[in-house]
Design a protein around this ligand. Structure first.
Ligand SMILES: N[C@@H](CCC(=O)N[C@@H](CS)C(=O)NCC(=O)O)C(=O)O
Length: 206
């Protein structure tokens, strides 16, 4: 059976859980990651030298880290959650890459300050700067979603929607004054209606 290594409080682990639930694939999950189980041990580092979760071990022993690469692997090996047309496939991969390289880095300081309440993250200018960068990226997503397609790459859910959905869950779950993003809210509600998203978008930790 597929093994998922990573705590469910991790946004990146929840990507895999959601994708596997969409695929109807049974899996076992182990609670690796701080504070539950320190990944800085030889047993874990042999699987992922970055000491980060998630790691996926497929039934045939194939072992992968990097959550978005794992999403692509699951979609390709199971023949689902990626569009068949080249144009839509490119769009899905575009938004998948954007989620990791543009959107997520924007919230770094704000999440430490407002969600995790990490000591030392209390500089009002830095909090405001992070919120401003985060809001600006969310504005890009809002403009795209305002075009009216039900999912980011077309009419069907793809792995890009899973990655974006988790980032949006974090946006709505973090306490600060937010600009109104009606298309994003409608998209988020659509994603939350999917039974397979419950274990991921239903999580209290944004
Ligand atoms: N780029 C990596 C980032 C992974 C990552 O940042 N994982 C965090 C949790 S979200 C982690 O492992 N933190 C250390 C820990 O939990 O012990 C991915 O997308 O898989």
């Amino acid at each position: 059976m597929i093994q998922v290594l990573g705590r469910l409080t991790s946004i990146n682990v929840r990507k895999l859980v959601w994708a596997l639930d969409e695929l109807g694939e049974p899996y076992e999950r182990q609670d690796w990651g701080l504070p539950l189980r320190d990944p800085n041990v030889p047993e874990f580092l042999a699987l992922n030298p970055n000491a980060q979760v998630p790691v996926l071990i497929d039934a045939d022993g194939t072992t992968i880290w990097e959550s978005n690469a794992i999403l692509v692997y699951l979609a390709q090996t199971r023949g689902a959650l990626l569009p068949a047309s080249r144009g839509e496939l490119a769009l899905a991969l575009q938004w998948l890459g954007w989620q990791a390289s543009e959107l997520n880095p924007a919230w770094g300081y704000a999440i430490q300050a407002l969600m995790r309440k990490t000591p030392g993250y209390d500089d009002p200018d830095k909090i405001a700067g992070s919120i401003s960068r985060w809001s600006s990226k969310m504005g890009i997503l809002e403009d795209e979603l305002a075009h009216g397609r039900p999912y980011i790459a077309g009419s069907e859910l793809t792995i890009a929607d899973i990655a974006l959905g988790l980032s949006i869950h974090r946006w709505f779950g973090t306490p600060f004054d937010k600009p109104d993003l009606p298309a994003t809210k409608a998209y988020y509600d659509r994603l939350r209606e999917r039974p397979a998203s419950r274990n991921s978008l239903g999580a209290e930790t944004p």
